[in-house]
Design a protein around this ligand. Sequence first.
Ligand code: ADP
Ligand code: MG
Length: 484
Amino acid sequence: MNLKDKYELVIGLEVHAQLRTEAKAFAPEVNSYGDLPNTNISVVTLAHPGVLPRANKKTFDYAIRMGLALGSNITRETFFARKNYFYPDLPKGYQITQDKTPICTGGGVLIQVKEENNREKYINLTRMHLEEDAGKSMHIDGEEESYIDLNRAGVPLIEIVSEPEIRNAEEAYWYLYEIRKLVRYLDVCDGNMEEGSLRCDVNVSVRLKGAEKYGTRVEVKNINSFTNVKRAIEHEFERQTALIEEGKTFPQETRMFDATTGKTYSLRTKESLNDYRYFPEPDLTPVVVDEAWIERIKAQMPALPRELYDKFTKQYGLSDYDASQLTDDKAMALYFEDACKETKNQKGVANWLLGAVRAYLNELTMDISEFEVPASHLAGLVNLIDEGKINNNIGKQVFAKMLENPKKTALEIAQEENLVVESNSDELLELIKSVLAKYPDKVTEYKNGKKGLQGLFVGEIMKATGGKADPKLTNQLLMEELAK
Ligand code: ADP
Ligand code: MG
């Protein structure tokens, strides 16, 4: 029997997101990635004797914004705790975190599993709490010493903990995907997994299908890419089910994922909670979040990806695919929205954006935020085609020129390049008449039933206009003319 038919995965994710505040969580120095090691460190971060932490209230703004977007409850009275452990990257010997009073509880994430025809599933959240990041130990190949960079120590984090409701690697992938999209939309975190600003611990267990009791979980720490999340889960499924099939048991433990081998290895058996000796942080006062604070954050909420997706599908009538593609990236969605202010043809804008514009950006590995053609000009191009002033093929030429001259409107370019179809149908009619006059025999043949000749006439008219004629109008006038 296939093990996938026999066993079921149970997965819960803990996602850490570094907040993009200017200062650190409890210390005054800047929160900045990629600076020279150990340049953003103060005595507070270094835990010199007698120093006191001070809570950066901006971290609450960010966490509340995220909590509201996730539909979570915002905790009104919070206090910090110390989570004690000894590790070189933690000068204080403890991490300041929220233990008993996480800033948010509940809420959830709606995911779409693309591999399963966009099946939707709501993943409930247990909690989200604020805490500080640790420094970074570096081990350089071939060197005996290890190095430490404490720039990251004290950088604010939110940790988002899901309920163990995720059931396979794909769901875990799309869950993480939605979280990354959301932190980017809300501007709370840059979502950059390669730089470690978004990281994820994956808790995995397996159980017999239909069983109610959860199996022993393993926590795979600090996975830093979407593919590795999937690989780690798939590997754990195989490892755990193989052990169970052999009648073996295994401990609850923390493991690491090795991207080279695609396997996990044991780091430590899970500390019992007591080992952390959580206790309230005596150096920080409780933080009370009142109604006014929440209202202020609500008032600043940007549009959420899901809201835009609904608007694009329901109000603009875009396909699910187009709407997903456009809302994947905040800058793309906002560009699209901007363009839609200038045209009624939203589908037309979507086609240009997901076609020619995206191809151009991909080729130059550029982001839409670097795209120089203003949204209103792209909308202008769509309108020009809709009004029949240029046809689609000419549109492509105009678009190419717009890339060279982003300051000019589509109409200006079309006029300068003499690409506008004589919009008055009289001129086109004259042209059609003169083409037909050149082929009296063919016209007779056509009238005697050789309808295939229509293609020849259209081709000749196009040639005569240099390809500028609007095919619809051309066909219409041609048919009228031939019917005479
Ligand atoms: P810890 O601090 O021990 O990591 P947390 O409460 O922060 O504990 O996180 C526990 C995570 O593990 C949650 O995401 C939860 O959904 C998940 N989880 C709990 N039990 C199981 C299980 N049996 N199998 C898989 N995941 C689990
Ligand atoms: Mg954990």
